[in-house]
Design a protein around this ligand. Structure first.
Ligand code: SF4
Length: 232
């Protein structure tokens, strides 16, 4: 079995946001206008947080952490957010009834409610056809980073055709593919020779909100600051 994981090197990230844009293009995420953003409806599955520390600006890309102990899963009343057989935290769109409990319970705030996506509309329309008294309700659906599950599936099919496992570097997420500084590493944690295992072995490796014991599959390499900002 595969065990997917990601490590993001904060020393390499330059805050260009190419990862956010590539993710939007790959996953068909609606780009909303400024007014919507002001109302807190920005749509992205990986955001780049910015911290100003004196003369420095620090950047931190934040996708879904794919927690092994996922707080979002505990509160979903319909099992729309759950773990798959490889331990990924996946969103089952056609189960989602839009309560948004998962988003409220996510400590990393990486879930986005897509008002424009009517995943349940077909089911509702069918019910309405069978019973004219049923009103078609349009409701949005919760979305989040899937570690590019569609790319994983494609890589798996290709590898199985060749009768082998997916090799390190063959499965690249959309954000990883465009990062100009190779800040994002992704791969199989069960492959001891993988790039991501090497990154996670670094003494700089840490988890966001470690104290919550969510056991995230996404980790970070801590930024090492030069005492003299001029030298950075
Ligand atoms: Fe940072 Fe790479 Fe994302 Fe640019 S593309 S913001 S360098 S992680």
């Amino acid at each position: 079995d595969y065990k997917w994981g990601m490590a993001i090197d904060l020393n390499a990230c330059i805050g260009c946001a190419a990862c956010t844009i590539a993710c939007q293009a790959e996953n068909n995420i609606p780009v909303v206008g400024k007014e919507e953003v002001a109302r807190g409806r920005s749509m992205h599955w990986i955001r780049v947080d910015r911290y100003v520390a004196g003369p420095r600006t620090l950047f931190q890309p934040v996708p879904c952490m794919h927690c092994e102990h996922a707080p979002c899963e505990e509160v979903c009343p319909v099992g729309a957010t759950m773990h798959d057989s490889e331990g990924l935290n996946v969103q089952v769109y056609n189960r989602c009834i839009g309560t948004r409990f998962c988003s409220n319970n996510c400590p990393y705030k990486v879930r986005r409610f897509n008002f424009l996506q009517y995943a349940n509309q077909q089911v509702e329309s069918l019910k309405a056809l069978q019973n004219p008294e049923v009103t078609v309700r349009r409701r949005g659906v919760m979305e989040k980073c899937s570690y590019c599950l569609q790319r994983i599936t494609r890589a798996r099919i290709e590898a199985e055709k060749a009768g082998r496992r997916i090799r390190d570097g063959e499965m690249v997420t959309a954000c990883q593919a465009v990062c100009p500084t190779r800040a994002i590493r992704f791969g199989d944690l069960n492959d001891p020779a993988s790039d991501v295992v090497a990154a996670k072995a670094s003494p700089l490796d840490y988890h966001l909100l470690e104290e919550l014991n969510t056991r995230p599959r996404t980790s970070y390499l801590r930024r090492v600051l030069n005492p003299d900002p001029e030298l950075e």
